[in-house]
Design a binder for this molecule. Sequence first.
Ligand code: SAM
Length: 265
Amino acid sequence: MEKVTMENFHSKNDNALFEKIFFSVYEELPRQGPGNASSAARALELCRNLPSSPVILDMGCGVGGQTIQLAELLPAASITAIDTHAPGIARLQKTVRERGLQDRIVAIEGDMADPAILPGRFDLLWSEGALYNLGLHRVLLRCYELLHPGGYLAFSDAIWRKKNPPPEVKASFDLDYPEMGWLQDDLTLINVSGLDLVGHFTLPDEAWWDDFYTPMETRIQELRRVRAGEPEALAVLDLLAREPDMHRHYQDFYCYEFFVARRPL
Ligand code: SAM
């Protein structure tokens, strides 16, 4: 049998196996991207004078790690969490039932760009690491419509912070987020979308590790044991292990920035 290496894995075109293993890693994580409760709290502090029972939409919620944190930070909020990935929504629905939060969180499988989501309805739009999937400019215009005047948008987004990234880093972001820009690019898009910037800050390194890369590396190790003797599966796991390792070595080149903006009154 031909030996499977990183280099020839993609040419074998085994996307089904890649997807299966990718999701069996990602769906088990507390979050599907960088973020943590203290960063959420810091972003929320920028959202001054929210109503006492704010109506919130969590866009691209994944398995809902940040949805639950938001519900804890804002005990009277009602939150709709939306994601296209059905297993993530099923996991969030289970968490909501287990925690008795059914009155406060509704998790729905759907597209955050769905025109049926009512414009002008929300006090706060929240999105960690997900808006870029729709193209930042397009989705910021949509966010403007979804907010009522004075409503807030809090979102995190990957940006470059150092020129001439190593080829491995460039290739990784070219694949996942080819339009990724610099801080000024995101600030400009916020501005031309009609939103007022309230503030922004860089996610600390622990927000990459505590709920994301550390459990990811643990899960990859676990699956390496389960899949021992399956070279193609192990090659996929090696590919997935590259991401946290890349971050360990090259985090100076990119970061996640949390932005808070407001639709003008
Ligand atoms: N916010 C979560 C977190 O930080 O853990 C998940 C972040 S993950 C990087 C991006 C999420 O966006 C994925 O769960 C993906 O399914 C979701 N997504 C992508 N396009 C979407 C769309 N058009 N509507 C809703 N969710 C979408």
